[in-house]
Design a protein around this ligand. Structure first.
Ligand code: 89V
Length: 341
């Protein structure tokens, strides 16, 4: 099959890594890039030898011959650019968080469904090597039925340095990191029936919340607690952006701890294995685990774009993660738990 030609929307922090990820996989060709600040699009075009760059998204779509678009802009523009692409019958790959609200996410799914084109969400966190290993062990059934789990991403890492817009985001940690972690909760334990959430802000110089605790109940009664913080506090072992997971099951437990250590404990004892992510020269070493997850995530999306397989993170699937983020904000605002089914 010939390479698929695509255009990228956005020239921010994540664009260079996603473009490098597409190159790593092969089978695609970025032929154009749009950014509202032309100089930024031009700079990335020069760095990645992208033949055309634009500061007008419609002009790019009118002039280029494309097989799909990759939207890597701020969340507030996702619906607009998705509609622009779907109205031209172009398949859409869109960065997480998918949308600013459930209504907007539904609108994106509807516009792509009506145009008969796929809408795929670039949700990479669930593709991290050690998280896939936890999933493999859970599916193996050795620990029996999970009845409680904890998923933590707690760090003092200065995320605002690379992504300054996060400082002024009204919805911060639940929208940015919670999208990932709540998606991992669904990936590992299935759909949720109810949740309760509390948030806090520790940084004095940001707008949104930088701490969140979400307590979820799965459809079959397992409790999943997600603890998130970018509170800028000092931790003895700060391993941004590693996720720690602890699962208690009826016949054993599984733990993913710092430095990619995965342990399974049953009546037969503890089996421990280090499951580090692959290293790529183009990845920012401070983001290694998450940048490396771009590769299997985008490979999965590419299979779907080529009609060779099913994507895990379709728009239709990711709406369920958007709902969890939305319900978490609702719960934090009202102080009440929120029923999801
Ligand atoms: O993946 C992300 O969305 C990033 C970060 C890892 C900093 O949360 O914003």
């Amino acid at each position: 099959m010939p390479s698929l030609n695509f255009a990228a929307f956005g020239a921010g922090f994540w664009t260079t890594f996603q473009l490098a990820g597409w190159r790593e996989i092969g089978g695609t060709n970025c032929v154009a890039i749009y950014n509202r600040t032309a100089a930024k699009a031009e700079a990335i075009a020069a760095r990645f030898q992208i033949p055309h760059w634009y500061s007008d998204a419609r002009e790019m779509l009118d002039k280029e011959s494309l097989d799909f678009v990759d939207i890597i802009t701020g969340v507030e523009t996702h619906a607009l650019f998705t509609r622009m692409a779907s109205s031209r019958r172009l398949p859409v790959v869109c960065q997480k968080p998918m949308a600013t609200s459930v209504d907007e996410a539904e609108d994106m799914v509807k516009s792509c469904a009506e145009a008969g084109v796929p809408l795929l969400i670039n949700e990479n966190w669930r593709w991290q090597t050690p998280i896939r290993e936890v999933k493999r062990l859970l599916d193996g059934g050795e620990i029996g039925l999970p009845f409680r789990a904890r998923i933590d991403m707690v760090s003092g890492f200065p995320v605002f340095e690379n992504q300054p817009f996060l400082r002024s985001a009204e919805q911060f940690i639940l929208a940015d990191l919670g999208s990932h972690i709540l998606d991992v909760a669904r990936f590992l334990f299935g759909e949720m029936g109810r949740l309760y959430c509390q948030t806090a802000r520790v940084h004095a110089d940001i707008v949104g919340e930088d701490v969140a605790t979400v307590v979820l109940e799965t459809a079959n009664g397992c409790t999943v607690v997600c603890e998130l913080a970018y509170a800028g506090n000092h931790l003895e072992r700060d391993r941004f952006p590693e996720t720690c997971i602890f699962v208690e099951g009826s016949r054993g437990s599984i733990e993913l701890s710092l430095d990619f250590q995965v342990r399974i404990t049953t009546s037969r004892g503890t089996h421990s294995r280090r499951v580090p992510p692959p290293r790529y020269g183009w990845a920012d070493p401070a983001y290694d685990i998450v940048h490396s997850s771009i590769v299997p995530c985008q490979a999965n999306l590419l299979c779907a774009l080529k009609g060779e397989g099913t994507a895990e993170t379709t728009g239709e699937d990711n709406i369920k993660s958007v709902r969890l983020v939305d319900a978490s904000y609702e719960s934090a605002r009202t102080g009440q738990s929120v029923r999801l089914v």
